[in-house]
Design a protein around this ligand. Structure first.
Ligand code: ATP
Ligand code: MG
Ligand code: MG
Ligand code: MG
Length: 468
């Protein structure tokens, strides 16, 4: 059985044979790009090639790109633990053309790889095209795909954008039907969010650029940008619809089971899945130089770490767990990503420090949360005051509290939380203008940091629903 490491190589070698240069993944923190929190797709490192601002000595490239989707336009943090196909960290396999080949080569490249090289049965495949894209429709038809399996989609699902601005374009996507035993419907149907019809590959026809003022232009060059999730194609080729059943995830889940002494079956399975997922995103972020902090990228990292730690707690772990799983991750992925192996000691230390710190308040905070929840009237939200207390005194990021409540079908009174946050800021401001003592200055700087967080997240969520 081909491992994820084998599949990654097969992909890169296939496109190398087709004249593509194999280019390393870029780091997860985008260089000079304030519009993006983390690299969320393969095209990010090539943005300037699509717009023609930059030229390199190749016009075809192929990559396995590290991606994190835990904020911004593409945010999958809340999908982890709930779907079979989403991670916060994943690898996107891609091939790119910079003004070289376009639709009529890009589609056959993808089709040949999956039907000939990977031998995926054609009768399990469906494709989508942007509703007005007759050219793509006809190319699929010419390859023998029956018309009733070429679905026209008019939503942003078939017009790809990395973020609020930048190169973008209509796309065509390939889906695999994992069978009736799994809930879900074909793309465009009301049940499309299920895990039966899984999107494996997105082929973007880069021909537009979106600007901050909302205007969009046609680019001079027509280019190609594609992305296929390694874990999704891996699951498929390993006979499952579930990314967490792949060789790599099984090894991580086993490590988590071993470290916590809890079998990864039944209702405990979900905790191991979240831990395995969050282990990857946190470790790769640390390897790329992100450190837990109270603002910006560092705060996203901290939130993911703390969410994972709550799941370890739910498995009954008394001592820090996450750092103990790093050796297995390095064994699995350290060869493909040497920065992971190089950073191992730092990753372990950072995880251990954070978990040791958070442990002190996690248990007490969860107890407070449980007590509050048991006192709630049926269907009522957790009062914002309580969520704020958990945040302020116990170090619970709001999304951690929401994550904990979601399992019980409950939510947080968010306006109440925001009001409590505002009140604290106002108090701090009043104290500051009152005296100017050093102690007040410390508070002020803490608040300023928090304020920064809110700004950053606010900026991102404002664009979260950005459409074409
Ligand atoms: P979905 O609709 O399933 O959320 P997407 O449309 O958001 O996927 P794209 O932005 O088109 O995904 O990214 C290209 C490919 O990357 C997808 O076809 C999929 O194979 C993979 N992918 C996207 N998001 C994730 C994720 N969170 N975890 C794992 N793989 C992913
Ligand atoms: Mg998505
Ligand atoms: Mg999609
Ligand atoms: Mg897609």
């Amino acid at each position: 059985m081909a491992s994820l490491n084998d599949i990654r190589s097969t992909f890169l070698n296939y496109f190398e044979r087709e004249g593509h240069t194999i280019v390393d993944s870029s780091p997860l923190v985008p260089r000079n790009d304030p519009t993006l929190m983390f690299v969320n797709s393969g095209m990010v490192q090539f943005k300037n090639l699509f717009t023609g601002v930059e030229k390199r000595d190749y016009v075809r490239a192929t990559t396995a790109q590290k991606c994190v989707r835990a904020g911004g336009k593409h945010n999958d943090l809340d999908n982890v633990g709930y779907t079979a196909r989403h991670h916060t960290f994943f690898e996107m396999l891609g091939n790119f053309s910079f003004g070289d080949y376009f639709k009529k080569d890009a589609i056959p490249f993808a089709w040949n790889l999956i039907t000939k090289e990977f031998r995926i049965p054609k009768e399990k495949l469906y494709v989508t095209v942007y509703h007005t894209d007759d050219e793509a429709f006809n190319i699929w038809k010419s390859l023998g795909v029956p018309e009733d399996r070429i679905i026209r989609i008019a939503t942003s699902d078939n017009f790809w954008q990395m973020g609020p601005t930048g190169p973008c374009g209509p796309c065509t996507e390939i889906f695999y039907d994992h069978g009736e035993h799994i809930w879900g419907g074909p793309p465009g149907s009301p049940e499309e969010d299920g895990d039966r019809f899984i999107e494996i590959w997105n082929i973007v026809f880069m021909q537009n650029e979106q600007f901050e003022d909302g205007s969009m232009i046609d680019l001079e060059m027509q280019s190609i940008d594609t992305g296929m999730g390694l874990e999704r194609i891996g699951a498929l080729l390993q006979g499952s619809h579930d990314n967490y059943d792949t060789d790599l995830f099984k090894a991580l889940i086993e490590a988590s089971a071993h470290a916590t002494g809890v079998d990864p079956f039944g209702d405990k399975n979900v905790h191991h899945r979240v831990i395995a997922d969050h282990l990857r995103s946190t470790s790769f972020l640390i390897a790329d130089g992100v450190m837990p902090s109270n603002e910006g990228r560092g705060y996203v990292l901290r939130r993911i770490m703390r969410r994972a730690m709550r799941h370890a707690h739910l498995l009954g772990a008394k001592d820090p767990v996450m750092h103990r799983l790093v050796p297995e991750l390095v064994a699995q992925m350290g060869q493909a990503y040497p920065e992971l192996a190089r950073g191992q000691a730092m990753i372990e230390e950072t995880l251990l420090n954070e978990e040791t710190r958070f442990k002190k308040t996690l248990d007490r905070g969860l107890k407070l949360l449980d007590d509050e929840v048991s006192g709630l009237a049926e269907g009522a939200d957790l009062p914002g005051e309580t969520a704020f207390k958990l945040y302020d005194t116990y170090g619970f990021p709001l999304d951690l509290t929401q994550d904990a409540l979601r399992e019980k079908g409950l939510g947080v009174d968010q306006p109440g939380f925001d009001a409590a946050m505002e009140e604290q800021k106002a108090r701090a401001r009043a104290a500051w203008s009152g005296s100017g003592e050093a102690a007040d200055a410390t508070i002020w700087f803490d608040i300023a940091e928090e304020h920064g967080v809110t700004e950053f997240l606010g900026y991102d969520t404002e664009h979260a629903e950005g459409q074409i």
